[in-house]
Design a protein around this ligand. Sequence first.
Ligand code: ZN
Length: 245
Amino acid sequence: MLMNNTLKKLLDLQNLDKEIIEIQREKNNVIKKLRDEQICYQQAADDQFSKKENKNQMEIDKKKLELDVEDAELKIKHLEGNQKLVKKNDAYQALSKEIKAAQEAKVKAEEDLANHIQQTEENSVDLEKGKTQVDEIKKDLLKKADEVKVQLLEIQGKSKRYKLIRKDVVKEINDKYISAYNNLYEKRAPKIIVQANNSMCGGCHISLPAQIIADIMSLNDGDALVTCKNCGRILYIENNEALAG
Ligand SMILES: [Zn+2]
């Protein structure tokens, strides 16, 4: 093995951090999925609320249309009454015209009312359908929220375990390397410790000088580390094949 103990421990640390990042990503995904479902439910519920409001408005409009029909009927009766009283032919003709217009207005008002009633019935079916859908979405959402609760508990447990292991690994590494690792972590996570294959830095892919390779090869003793002069990452060589390849 072409690596010293510090390097091995740092690699363990890097692998743990990769797992911890993965766990965090998993947690975020689970939460995001549930949030998306909540948004879907909210949209459906808002839609349903608008439909209900529309229904109330349509009931008000219906009363108004019924009054229009009544008004038209009254107007016709009134004009017919007047017509019985007039003596002159031209006045009679004029009232006939007015009655005809009032009758047409009544027919129109009755049509409007009939159309409105039909629309109300259609909306009512739609409203019922919507209610069933919203109820189903809500049921699904509550079920998923329960599942997510369990998932998050598992993730939390896993995260705790990894963080405990991480603490133990950190304890075994010299503080100065931990702070070097942490500095690199901020800039380069998750690739902090990289292989130097084919005399190239596995992080930034720059060609490494022969001296750097020689330094890595002699890492068997002590806790010294070799870093890439370009990106600052910690370098290692897994085995001779990798070096030869
Ligand atoms: Zn590099």
